[in-house]
Design a protein around this ligand. Structure first.
Ligand code: CP
Length: 310
């Protein structure tokens, strides 16, 4: 196995090779052990400064990147667009170049525009990590999702994973499809036809519009949030109708002839894509996903920083 990533930035899973994912997981295994020790910090990145730039709201991603950076002993600065000079009209490039002039080595960025991280990587001299760009990619989410499947089921290869819900607006879906396919999993998507992108099959996934059939098939169901904030029109008749056809509840889960693992990237719309009794049950690994996010982000930052130091 290679000891370094094939990329200088993490802009999307699309740019990774299977060996990169394997290396990230092995490195995350080490950091997971570190963060379970009484002293949860390592001095690895004492000479690295990282800026977290969030142009969109976040709880899990923002906090776990910050924690991962601090566990690695990096210096950290945080920027939130809502309280910045972006509100006075400053551009993305000017904002980032001003931050980089303070000798920042790495930028973690969440932005509403697809491709914002790719754009930045071509214009600034720093390692860029995409923390979610519009409806495009959310690579560290897909890595922590696959890592959590590996932890629960032993491996990802050969596993049957269904991604349910609002596939059209979901960067989590696209990054998960790329990551799962790279690792040899079988993938189906399931949701209302209006929320399934045209030609999604060209990514090597199958489409299933019947939730019960999809659940009978799968080992893992990843229940996505309905992204109302990205919808300018109605994609289904009503929330009640959506819940009836694509919501996961205890009765439906108990009607299956098997046990399945339930995932959700968060934030959950409780009672819409999943009911509380399922979200909080032993079938769900939702909080394991969040916990694994810290180790995965430590691994990604550490591996990219090793390339800066060379
Ligand atoms: N899963 C995820 O990206 O959550 P946040 O938007 O809270 O970061």
């Amino acid at each position: 196995m290679s000891s370094e990533l094939s990329v200088d930035h993490l802009l999307g899973i699309k740019y990774l090779k299977p060996e990169d994912i394997e290396l990230i997981f092995k490195t995350a295994d080490h950091f997971k052990e570190v963060i379970n020790r009484p002293i949860k910090k390592v001095p690895s990145l004492r000479d690295i400064t990282i800026a977290n730039l969030f142009f969109e709201n976040s709880t899990r991603t923002r906090l776990s990147f910050e924690l991962a950076e601090k566990r690695l002993s990096a210096d950290v600065i945080n920027f939130s667009a809502a309280s910045s000079s972006v509100k006075k009209g400053e551009t993305l490039i000017d904002t980032v170049n001003n931050i980089l002039s303070m000798k920042v080595d790495m930028v973690v960025m969440r932005h509403p525009n697809p491709g914002a991280g790719i754009f930045l990587s071509k214009h600034v001299n720093a390692s860029i990590i995409n923390a979610g760009d519009g409806a495009h990619e959310h690579p560290t989410q897909a890595l922590l999702d696959s890592y959590s499947i590996r932890e629960r089921l032993g491996e990802v290869k050969g596993k049957k994973v269904v991604i349910v819900g609002d596939i059209l607006h979901s960067r989590v879906a696209l990054s998960n499809i790329f990551a799962l396919k790279l690792q040899g999993a079988q993938v189906k998507v399931c949701g209302p036809k209006t929320l399934l992108p045209k030609h999604i099959e060209s990514l090597g996934v199958e489409v299933e519009t019947n939730l019960k059939a999809a659940l009978e098939w799968c080992d893992v169901a990843n229940m996505l949030r309905v992204q109302n904030e990205r919808m300018d029109i109605s994609y289904f008749p009503s929330t009640r109708e959506y819940v009836k056809q694509f919501g996961l509840n205890k009765k439906l889960l108990e009607s299956l002839n098997k046990e399945i693992v339930i995932m959700h990237p968060g934030p959950i719309n409780r009672g819409v894509e999943i009911t509380s009794d399922i979200a909080d049950s032993e079938h769900a690994i939702i909080l394991d996903q969040v916990q694994n996010g810290v180790a995965i982000r430590m691994a990604v930052i550490y591996l990219l920083a090793s390339k800066i130091k060379q």
